[in-house]
Design a protein around this ligand. Sequence first.
Ligand code: AMP
Length: 193
Amino acid sequence: MIKKVCVYCASSSKVNSQYVETAEKLGKILAENNLELVYGAGSVGLMGVLADSALQNGGKVTGVIPKFMVEMEWQHDGITETILTETMHERKEKMAQLSDAVIALPGGCGTMEELLEMITWKQLGICKHPIVIVNVNGYYDHLLAQFQQAADELFMRPEHLEMWSVVNSVEEVLHALNNGKTIHENMRKFAKI
Ligand code: AMP
């Protein structure tokens, strides 16, 4: 059963209001469904909007952030729990350990790197988290096309395209989390291309 959801999303505050509304709605949906949010502990951008919305709606929010970001005063001071790490690598590992599922909202290279690492870990059988990509406004169309190309050109197996679900709106996220595509029990058997 999914209880804690890790969300990757933008640190930018300059993005289109549609993305801001998406982050706000997701925070509310998670809180209303008693799903604890695990995220990068940021106070700005979609990260801040997401955390604020979850908190305002009575949700529990755990942030995981490297010490150097706290020294830069990038952390959100109002969240339920903050976990400090030495490095970005430790942060991502901790976020994965603390959560049962992963959601990627639109974001920049940090978000995409986090998403791709999680997909890579799943392919290698290191973790089994359901992964939902929120493709609002077609933001991830090019990335999804790249994955398809990777499979078409045999850099990935077709089965690997089953590792994540794609939704076009945040309202579909819960359904996707709970009814995700079935992946093979032992991904490691399929890791070798
Ligand atoms: P991006 O999608 O490139 O905006 O990156 C989001 C990720 O970048 C976060 O999960 C963090 O790893 C990192 N990050 C960048 N800026 C900040 C910030 N001001 N506060 C917290 N995390 C940040």
